[in-house]
Design a binder for this molecule. Sequence first.
Ligand SMILES: [Zn+2]
Length: 366
Amino acid sequence: MKYCKKCLLPIDYLNIEINEDGVCQHCQQYKDVEYLGVEQLKLDIQEALKKNKSEKYDCVVGFSGGRDSTYLLWFVVKVLHLRPLAVFSDDLFIPDVMLENIRTTTETLGVELRAIKHDNLKKCFPHHLNAWIKRPVPESLMFLNVGERIGYETLVEQEAVKEGVHLIFGGRTPIQSGAQYKTDIMKIGHKGGRLSWIMGYAKQVLLNPSLAMNIFCLKTQYKEFMVKSWKKKLVKKHDLTIIHPYYKYIKWVEKDIENVLFNELHWAIPKGAKNSGRFGCEVDTLRQYLFYQILGYNDTNVDLSGLIRNGQQTRAVAIDKLEQTVNIPEEYIKYIINKAGVDADKFLEKFHKKYPLRQFVKDQIE
Ligand SMILES: [Zn+2]
Protein backbone atom coordinates (compact mmCIF):
# COMPACT_ATOMS: atom_id res chain seq x y z
CA MET A 1 0.00 0.00 0.00
CA LYS A 2 1.28 3.45 -0.91
CA TYR A 3 0.85 6.59 1.16
CA CYS A 4 1.12 10.33 0.68
CA LYS A 5 4.82 11.24 0.99
CA LYS A 6 4.16 13.69 3.82
CA CYS A 7 1.30 12.26 5.88
CA LEU A 8 -0.19 8.81 6.50
CA LEU A 9 -3.17 8.89 4.18
CA PRO A 10 -2.99 6.06 1.65
CA ILE A 11 -3.11 7.06 -2.00
CA ASP A 12 -6.55 5.47 -2.33
CA TYR A 13 -8.00 7.45 0.61
CA LEU A 14 -11.51 8.69 -0.24
CA ASN A 15 -11.43 11.67 -2.65
CA ILE A 16 -7.68 12.09 -2.32
CA GLU A 17 -5.68 13.88 -5.01
CA ILE A 18 -1.98 13.18 -5.12
CA ASN A 19 0.32 15.56 -7.04
CA GLU A 20 3.40 14.62 -9.07
CA ASP A 21 5.57 14.84 -5.94
CA GLY A 22 3.38 12.23 -4.25
CA VAL A 23 1.82 14.72 -1.82
CA CYS A 24 -1.92 14.83 -1.08
CA GLN A 25 -4.10 17.93 -1.34
CA HIS A 26 -4.67 17.97 2.42
CA CYS A 27 -0.93 18.45 2.98
CA GLN A 28 -0.63 20.95 0.12
CA GLN A 29 -3.51 23.09 1.34
CA TYR A 30 -2.59 22.95 5.02
CA LYS A 31 -2.36 26.32 6.76
CA ASP A 32 -1.47 27.03 10.38
CA VAL A 33 -4.34 28.53 12.33
CA GLU A 34 -3.83 31.71 14.32
CA TYR A 35 -5.45 31.00 17.67
CA LEU A 36 -7.27 33.79 19.49
CA GLY A 37 -5.95 32.76 22.90
CA VAL A 38 -7.29 32.29 26.41
CA GLU A 39 -7.85 35.99 27.14
CA GLN A 40 -10.09 36.35 24.11
CA LEU A 41 -11.99 33.22 25.12
CA LYS A 42 -12.57 34.69 28.59
CA LEU A 43 -13.98 37.84 26.98
CA ASP A 44 -16.17 35.95 24.54
CA ILE A 45 -17.93 33.90 27.23
CA GLN A 46 -18.85 36.89 29.41
CA GLU A 47 -22.18 37.52 27.77
CA ALA A 48 -23.34 33.92 28.08
CA LEU A 49 -22.21 33.82 31.72
CA LYS A 50 -24.33 36.86 32.52
CA LYS A 51 -27.44 35.09 31.21
CA ASN A 52 -27.02 32.12 33.57
CA LYS A 53 -29.71 31.53 36.13
CA SER A 54 -27.97 28.64 37.85
CA GLU A 55 -26.35 29.26 41.24
CA LYS A 56 -24.35 26.05 41.07
CA TYR A 57 -22.87 25.92 37.58
CA ASP A 58 -21.24 28.38 35.18
CA CYS A 59 -21.26 26.03 32.21
CA VAL A 60 -21.98 22.51 31.01
CA VAL A 61 -19.21 20.43 29.45
CA GLY A 62 -19.97 17.57 27.08
CA PHE A 63 -17.74 14.93 28.63
CA SER A 64 -17.12 11.70 26.75
CA GLY A 65 -14.23 10.42 28.85
CA GLY A 66 -11.95 10.57 25.79
CA ARG A 67 -8.75 12.56 25.97
CA ASP A 68 -10.03 15.72 24.29
CA SER A 69 -13.01 16.30 26.53
CA THR A 70 -11.04 15.23 29.62
CA TYR A 71 -8.43 17.87 28.92
CA LEU A 72 -11.23 20.33 28.16
CA LEU A 73 -12.78 19.73 31.59
CA TRP A 74 -9.39 20.32 33.22
CA PHE A 75 -8.98 23.50 31.16
CA VAL A 76 -12.41 24.84 32.14
CA VAL A 77 -11.66 24.31 35.85
CA LYS A 78 -7.96 25.14 36.08
CA VAL A 79 -7.50 27.81 33.42
CA LEU A 80 -10.91 29.44 33.05
CA HIS A 81 -11.74 28.95 36.76
CA LEU A 82 -15.36 28.06 36.02
CA ARG A 83 -17.68 25.65 37.82
CA PRO A 84 -18.84 23.13 35.19
CA LEU A 85 -21.39 20.37 35.23
CA ALA A 86 -19.93 17.42 33.30
CA VAL A 87 -22.55 15.58 31.26
CA PHE A 88 -21.65 12.11 30.08
CA SER A 89 -23.79 10.15 27.63
CA ASP A 90 -23.46 6.47 28.54
CA ASP A 91 -24.50 4.31 25.59
CA LEU A 92 -23.74 1.12 27.57
CA PHE A 93 -20.73 0.20 25.41
CA ILE A 94 -18.15 2.15 27.39
CA PRO A 95 -15.07 0.15 28.45
CA ASP A 96 -14.46 -0.16 32.21
CA VAL A 97 -11.13 1.61 32.06
CA MET A 98 -12.87 4.62 30.56
CA LEU A 99 -15.60 4.66 33.21
CA GLU A 100 -12.83 4.55 35.79
CA ASN A 101 -11.06 7.52 34.14
CA ILE A 102 -14.31 9.44 34.13
CA ARG A 103 -14.72 8.90 37.87
CA THR A 104 -11.11 9.81 38.76
CA THR A 105 -11.12 12.88 36.55
CA THR A 106 -14.29 14.39 37.98
CA GLU A 107 -13.25 13.51 41.54
CA THR A 108 -9.78 15.00 41.12
CA LEU A 109 -11.22 18.19 39.66
CA GLY A 110 -14.10 18.36 42.13
CA VAL A 111 -16.61 18.50 39.28
CA GLU A 112 -20.14 17.13 39.46
CA LEU A 113 -20.68 14.30 37.02
CA ARG A 114 -24.05 13.58 35.49
CA ALA A 115 -23.92 10.24 33.70
CA ILE A 116 -27.02 9.64 31.62
CA LYS A 117 -27.60 6.10 30.46
CA HIS A 118 -29.63 5.37 27.35
CA ASP A 119 -30.22 2.14 25.50
CA ASN A 120 -30.82 3.35 21.93
CA LEU A 121 -27.53 1.95 20.70
CA LYS A 122 -27.96 -1.29 22.64
CA LYS A 123 -31.37 -1.85 21.07
CA CYS A 124 -30.23 -1.08 17.51
CA PHE A 125 -26.73 -2.56 17.36
CA PRO A 126 -27.58 -6.30 17.13
CA HIS A 127 -30.06 -5.71 14.31
CA HIS A 128 -27.70 -3.48 12.33
CA LEU A 129 -24.80 -5.86 12.84
CA ASN A 130 -26.78 -8.84 11.55
CA ALA A 131 -28.12 -6.80 8.65
CA TRP A 132 -24.76 -5.30 7.72
CA ILE A 133 -22.94 -8.64 7.42
CA LYS A 134 -25.46 -9.71 4.74
CA ARG A 135 -23.83 -7.15 2.48
CA PRO A 136 -20.64 -6.02 4.23
CA VAL A 137 -19.62 -2.82 2.44
CA PRO A 138 -17.91 0.27 3.91
CA GLU A 139 -20.69 2.57 2.63
CA SER A 140 -23.16 1.19 5.16
CA LEU A 141 -20.83 0.97 8.17
CA MET A 142 -22.39 4.12 9.53
CA PHE A 143 -25.50 2.11 10.39
CA LEU A 144 -23.62 0.24 13.11
CA ASN A 145 -23.50 3.06 15.62
CA VAL A 146 -27.02 4.34 15.07
CA GLY A 147 -28.38 5.19 18.51
CA GLU A 148 -25.12 6.56 19.84
CA ARG A 149 -25.53 10.01 18.37
CA ILE A 150 -28.90 10.86 19.89
CA GLY A 151 -27.15 10.82 23.24
CA TYR A 152 -24.10 12.91 22.64
CA GLU A 153 -25.79 15.36 20.30
CA THR A 154 -28.62 16.48 22.57
CA LEU A 155 -28.22 15.42 26.21
CA VAL A 156 -25.74 18.17 27.02
CA GLU A 157 -28.04 20.90 25.69
CA GLN A 158 -31.05 19.45 27.50
CA GLU A 159 -29.20 19.41 30.83
CA ALA A 160 -28.02 22.99 30.29
CA VAL A 161 -31.62 24.10 29.74
CA LYS A 162 -32.76 22.18 32.83
CA GLU A 163 -30.11 23.86 34.97
CA GLY A 164 -30.57 27.37 33.59
CA VAL A 165 -27.07 27.44 32.13
CA HIS A 166 -26.39 29.22 28.82
CA LEU A 167 -22.76 28.31 28.23
CA ILE A 168 -21.73 24.92 26.82
CA PHE A 169 -18.25 23.65 26.00
CA GLY A 170 -17.50 20.89 23.53
CA GLY A 171 -14.24 19.11 22.77
CA ARG A 172 -14.30 18.84 18.99
CA THR A 173 -10.93 19.37 17.38
CA PRO A 174 -9.96 20.47 13.87
CA ILE A 175 -7.73 17.40 13.64
CA GLN A 176 -10.68 15.01 13.84
CA SER A 177 -12.78 17.00 11.42
CA GLY A 178 -10.71 15.39 8.67
CA ALA A 179 -12.37 12.06 9.37
CA GLN A 180 -15.26 12.90 7.02
CA TYR A 181 -14.62 9.78 4.97
CA LYS A 182 -16.94 7.80 7.28
CA THR A 183 -20.05 9.66 6.13
CA ASP A 184 -18.77 10.89 2.77
CA ILE A 185 -18.26 7.33 1.61
CA MET A 186 -22.03 6.74 1.72
CA LYS A 187 -23.00 9.99 0.02
CA ILE A 188 -23.68 10.13 -3.68
CA GLY A 189 -21.59 13.04 -4.92
CA HIS A 190 -19.41 13.81 -1.91
CA LYS A 191 -19.69 17.58 -2.24
CA GLY A 192 -23.47 17.58 -2.00
CA GLY A 193 -25.28 18.31 1.23
CA ARG A 194 -28.37 16.62 2.67
CA LEU A 195 -29.65 15.41 -0.66
CA SER A 196 -26.52 13.46 -1.49
CA TRP A 197 -26.74 11.95 1.98
CA ILE A 198 -30.38 10.92 1.51
CA MET A 199 -29.66 9.44 -1.92
CA GLY A 200 -26.68 7.54 -0.55
CA TYR A 201 -28.75 6.25 2.35
CA ALA A 202 -31.57 5.16 0.03
CA LYS A 203 -29.11 3.34 -2.18
CA GLN A 204 -27.71 1.35 0.74
CA VAL A 205 -31.21 0.41 1.92
CA LEU A 206 -32.25 -0.65 -1.59
CA LEU A 207 -29.18 -2.84 -1.95
CA ASN A 208 -29.60 -4.28 1.53
CA PRO A 209 -33.23 -3.85 2.67
CA SER A 210 -32.62 -5.69 5.95
CA LEU A 211 -30.88 -2.54 7.23
CA ALA A 212 -34.30 -0.89 7.50
CA MET A 213 -36.40 -3.89 8.49
CA ASN A 214 -36.89 -3.14 12.13
CA ILE A 215 -39.32 -0.47 13.29
CA PHE A 216 -37.34 0.69 16.31
CA CYS A 217 -34.12 0.92 14.28
CA LEU A 218 -35.85 2.72 11.45
CA LYS A 219 -37.26 5.28 13.88
CA THR A 220 -33.84 5.75 15.45
CA GLN A 221 -32.23 6.20 12.03
CA TYR A 222 -34.75 8.94 11.31
CA LYS A 223 -34.24 10.61 14.69
CA GLU A 224 -30.49 10.68 14.16
CA PHE A 225 -30.94 12.17 10.73
CA MET A 226 -33.04 14.93 12.29
CA VAL A 227 -30.97 15.41 15.43
CA LYS A 228 -28.82 18.25 14.12
CA SER A 229 -31.73 20.44 13.07
CA TRP A 230 -33.55 19.61 16.29
CA LYS A 231 -30.46 20.66 18.24
CA LYS A 232 -30.22 23.90 16.27
CA LYS A 233 -33.78 24.81 17.25
CA LEU A 234 -33.09 24.00 20.90
CA VAL A 235 -29.97 26.18 20.91
CA LYS A 236 -31.84 29.06 19.33
CA LYS A 237 -34.92 28.78 21.50
CA HIS A 238 -32.97 28.79 24.76
CA ASP A 239 -30.24 31.15 23.60
CA LEU A 240 -27.38 28.72 24.30
CA THR A 241 -23.77 29.49 23.45
CA ILE A 242 -21.71 26.47 22.38
CA ILE A 243 -17.95 26.85 22.24
CA HIS A 244 -15.38 24.36 21.01
CA PRO A 245 -12.19 26.02 22.29
CA TYR A 246 -9.79 23.86 20.22
CA TYR A 247 -11.15 25.38 17.04
CA LYS A 248 -10.50 29.09 17.46
CA TYR A 249 -8.99 29.76 20.84
CA ILE A 250 -6.45 27.24 22.01
CA LYS A 251 -4.17 24.96 20.09
CA TRP A 252 -4.66 21.24 20.60
CA VAL A 253 -1.19 20.09 21.60
CA GLU A 254 -0.90 16.38 22.24
CA LYS A 255 2.14 16.70 24.51
CA ASP A 256 0.36 19.17 26.84
CA ILE A 257 -2.78 17.07 26.87
CA GLU A 258 -0.99 13.83 27.71
CA ASN A 259 0.94 15.62 30.44
CA VAL A 260 -2.30 16.69 32.13
CA LEU A 261 -3.99 13.30 31.63
CA PHE A 262 -1.21 11.17 33.02
CA ASN A 263 0.41 13.44 35.60
CA GLU A 264 -2.50 15.40 36.99
CA LEU A 265 -5.56 13.28 36.33
CA HIS A 266 -3.93 9.86 36.79
CA TRP A 267 -5.37 8.42 33.63
CA ALA A 268 -5.23 4.72 32.91
CA ILE A 269 -5.07 3.22 29.41
CA PRO A 270 -6.35 -0.24 28.50
CA LYS A 271 -4.14 -3.27 28.94
CA GLY A 272 -2.03 -3.66 25.83
CA ALA A 273 -2.57 -0.10 24.60
CA LYS A 274 0.57 1.96 24.11
CA ASN A 275 -0.75 5.51 23.72
CA SER A 276 -3.63 7.75 24.69
CA GLY A 277 -5.11 7.77 21.17
CA ARG A 278 -8.62 6.72 20.41
CA PHE A 279 -10.16 4.26 22.75
CA GLY A 280 -13.77 4.75 23.51
CA CYS A 281 -17.20 3.33 22.86
CA GLU A 282 -16.75 -0.33 21.91
CA VAL A 283 -19.05 -0.01 18.90
CA ASP A 284 -16.77 2.71 17.54
CA THR A 285 -13.78 0.46 18.08
CA LEU A 286 -15.47 -2.27 16.05
CA ARG A 287 -16.29 0.20 13.29
CA GLN A 288 -12.68 1.41 13.24
CA TYR A 289 -11.54 -2.19 12.94
CA LEU A 290 -13.91 -2.86 10.05
CA PHE A 291 -12.95 0.36 8.23
CA TYR A 292 -9.29 -0.54 8.53
CA GLN A 293 -9.79 -4.12 7.40
CA ILE A 294 -11.82 -3.05 4.36
CA LEU A 295 -10.21 0.21 3.30
CA GLY A 296 -6.73 -0.01 4.78
CA TYR A 297 -7.18 3.16 6.82
CA ASN A 298 -9.28 4.56 9.63
CA ASP A 299 -9.45 7.54 12.01
CA THR A 300 -5.96 6.83 13.30
CA ASN A 301 -4.50 7.60 9.86
CA VAL A 302 -6.47 10.85 9.79
CA ASP A 303 -5.52 11.92 13.33
CA LEU A 304 -1.84 11.15 12.92
CA SER A 305 -1.74 12.88 9.52
CA GLY A 306 -3.19 15.98 11.18
CA LEU A 307 -0.47 15.91 13.81
CA ILE A 308 2.26 15.54 11.19
CA ARG A 309 0.98 18.55 9.20
CA ASN A 310 0.68 20.46 12.43
CA GLY A 311 4.35 19.86 13.19
CA GLN A 312 3.54 17.97 16.40
CA GLN A 313 4.91 14.66 15.26
CA THR A 314 7.49 13.39 12.81
CA ARG A 315 6.25 10.97 10.21
CA ALA A 316 8.53 8.26 11.65
CA VAL A 317 7.02 8.55 15.15
CA ALA A 318 3.53 8.63 13.65
CA ILE A 319 4.24 5.40 11.75
CA ASP A 320 5.16 3.70 15.05
CA LYS A 321 1.93 4.94 16.59
CA LEU A 322 -0.08 3.75 13.61
CA GLU A 323 1.35 0.28 14.05
CA GLN A 324 0.50 0.31 17.77
CA THR A 325 -3.06 1.45 17.18
CA VAL A 326 -4.57 -0.03 14.01
CA ASN A 327 -3.83 -3.67 14.74
CA ILE A 328 -6.69 -4.24 17.18
CA PRO A 329 -6.52 -7.73 18.73
CA GLU A 330 -9.19 -9.97 17.22
CA GLU A 331 -10.10 -11.25 20.69
CA TYR A 332 -11.34 -7.80 21.62
CA ILE A 333 -13.35 -7.52 18.41
CA LYS A 334 -14.95 -10.90 19.15
CA TYR A 335 -15.84 -9.76 22.66
CA ILE A 336 -17.67 -6.69 21.26
CA ILE A 337 -19.61 -8.69 18.67
CA ASN A 338 -20.56 -11.37 21.20
CA LYS A 339 -21.69 -8.68 23.63
CA ALA A 340 -24.32 -7.72 21.05
CA GLY A 341 -25.58 -11.28 21.06
CA VAL A 342 -24.22 -11.99 17.58
CA ASP A 343 -22.03 -15.06 16.97
CA ALA A 344 -18.60 -13.48 16.54
CA ASP A 345 -16.93 -16.51 14.98
CA LYS A 346 -19.55 -16.78 12.24
CA PHE A 347 -19.56 -13.02 11.71
CA LEU A 348 -15.79 -12.79 11.31
CA GLU A 349 -15.60 -15.90 9.15
CA LYS A 350 -18.05 -14.36 6.71
CA PHE A 351 -16.31 -11.00 6.90
CA HIS A 352 -12.81 -12.33 6.28
CA LYS A 353 -14.01 -14.47 3.40
CA LYS A 354 -14.63 -11.20 1.60
CA TYR A 355 -11.78 -9.20 3.17
CA PRO A 356 -8.71 -11.24 4.11
CA LEU A 357 -7.17 -10.23 7.43
CA ARG A 358 -5.07 -7.11 7.08
CA GLN A 359 -2.18 -6.46 9.43
CA PHE A 360 -0.27 -3.22 9.36
CA VAL A 361 3.49 -3.57 9.28
CA LYS A 362 5.79 -0.58 9.29
CA ASP A 363 7.88 -1.79 6.39
CA GLN A 364 4.89 -1.39 4.08
CA ILE A 365 5.46 2.34 4.20
CA GLU A 366 7.85 3.98 1.78
ZN1 LIG B 1 -0.69 14.12 2.82
